[in-house]
Design a protein around this ligand. Structure first.
Ligand SMILES: [Zn+2]
Length: 173
C-alpha cells in the first residue's frame, strides 16, 4: 500500500507543478489588432445581449480595416487554427494562467496548430469571415479560463458561464 502511494504521488506532484507553473508565466498583454487603441472597441460589449444565436456576447469586437495585422495578445501555443461556422477563420491560443484566447473572423491566418508564439506574433489579418460576413471588418476577441472563477457567476443570461469567460476589455487595460 505504501509503495502504491509512493508511485501514485509522483504524477500528482508533476501535474500540480505544471498547473502552478502555468499561473507563474507572466501575461503582459498587448492589444491584439496592430495599431488599435481602446477607442476601437466598445468597453460595454462584453456580455451584451441579445446577441444573435450566441445569446450574449462573450468577447469584444475590435474594429479596423481589412488586412490589419491580428497579433497574439499573449504568448502561448496555438491549439487550433482553422475555419468554423460562426467564427469563420479562427486562431485559438492557450496562454499563461490556463487561459484560452480566441481570435475570430480573420481574413487570412498565418499560424498553424502547435505553433509556439510570443505576444505580438502575427496570427493573421482582420476580416469579416463567419457570421461577421457583410459587416465592418473586426476582430472578435474572447478569453476563456480553463480554471473557473466561481465568484464571478451571476444570475443574468448565461451568467454561470462568467466563471469561465473573462472581460477582454478589463484584461487589456
Ligand atoms: Zn464579437
Amino acid at each position: 500500500m505504501k509503495e502504491l502511494y509512493k508511485i501514485a504521488r509522483f504524477p500528482l506532484i508533476g501535474l500540480s507543478t505544471i498547473i502552478v507553473l502555468g499561473f507563474l508565466i507572466p501575461e503582459e498583454p498587448v492589444i491584439p489588432a496592430r495599431g488599435a487603441s481602446f477607442s476601437d472597441w466598445n468597453s460595454q460589449s462584453f456580455w451584451y445581449e441579445p446577441w444573435g444565436t450566441s445569446g450574449v456576447h462573450k468577447g469584444i469586437d475590435i474594429f479596423g480595416t481589412e488586412k490589419t495585422p491580428i497579433v497574439a495578445a499573449t504568448r502561448g501555443i496555438v491549439i487550433y487554427a482553422g475555419k468554423i461556422e460562426k467564427g469563420g477563420k479562427v486562431v485559438v491560443v492557450l496562454g499563461p494562467k490556463w487561459r484560452v484566447h480566441y481570435y475570430a473572423h480573420l481574413e487570412t491566418k498565418g499560424v498553424s496548430t502547435t505553433d509556439l508564439i510570443p505576444a505580438g506574433e502575427v496570427l493573421g489579418s482582420m476580416g469579416n469571415t463567419g457570421n461577421a460576413a457583410g459587416k465592418q471588418p473586426h476582430l472578435h476577441y474572447a478569453i476563456l479560463s480553463l480554471v473557473p472563477y466561481p465568484w464571478r457567476a451571476t444570475g443574468e443570461t448565461q451568467g454561470w458561464k462568467r466563471m469561465f469567460y473573462l472581460d477582454p476589455d478589463e484584461f487589456l487595460r
